[in-house]
Design a protein around this ligand. Sequence first.
Ligand SMILES: Nc1ncnc2c1ncn2[C@@H]1O[C@H](COP(=O)(O)OP(=O)(O)OP(=O)(O)O)[C@@H](O)[C@H]1O
Ligand SMILES: [Mg+2]
Length: 227
Amino acid sequence: MELVDTGIVGLNEMLGGGIPKGHTVVVLGGYGTGKTTMALHFANRGLELGEKVLYLSLEERKESILRASKQYGMNLDNENFILMSPGILDFLERLKNKENIKSDIQDIMPSRLIVDSVSIILMAAESESEMRSVLLNLSDSLKDLNVTTYFLAESKVESPYSSRDGFSEFVGDGVISLQNRYDDEKGTTTSIIRILKMRLMNHDRKAHPYLISERGMEVLSRSDVYF
Ligand SMILES: Nc1ncnc2c1ncn2[C@@H]1O[C@H](COP(=O)(O)OP(=O)(O)OP(=O)(O)O)[C@@H](O)[C@H]1O
Ligand SMILES: [Mg+2]
């Protein structure tokens, strides 16, 4: 089985090598937990390997994504990097027809895709059933095309292991959770990563700490988290 390098050494270790090619992985976390950062590593690694990467930024402006990547010392200025920020309503309209979206992706034919984020689709959709059907259209098309994909998703405040849309974790082949734990007594914040699901892989099931610095995200896969 071909495994895809996430660009984060400790995360590859937790996965047992990488992500099975063609999987859709939901990166689930609250605001500011590092979802975009994790996706930038995935994009950057793809470019380093000469692959084509499509980044759909539905929330942040292109400049802001590029600025973050520069801060992390990444160079996404590459003809294989396609950064698009389509209007959410246009994008939603396009997603309603599976053949449309499939041909859109086929025109670019990336080997890696990032949707940042799928949560905004829920906000723009007219109903929950519309949101479900467009997410299914998208993930079916990606399956047919064998594109390895990150769906970034906002988690629920009251249950950090569920997405706000309540659906993407079931569509995904994998779910990786990013979480900030606050200790109000000590005044500390610990960021922890967990693989909640990864079809086909005998992955690490333990929680591990991670750090975000000017080098980007670092997963301490040899360290445990104590609660
Ligand atoms: N240069 C840096 N050095 C250290 N930490 C940084 C740096 N840049 C960003 N961070 C940390 O990463 C966090 C933002 O990460 P990121 O934007 O990837 O999160 P996100 O989950 O995508 O957030 P959002 O919900 O806003 O989309 C910041 O809140 C900050 O804590
Ligand atoms: Mg983000």
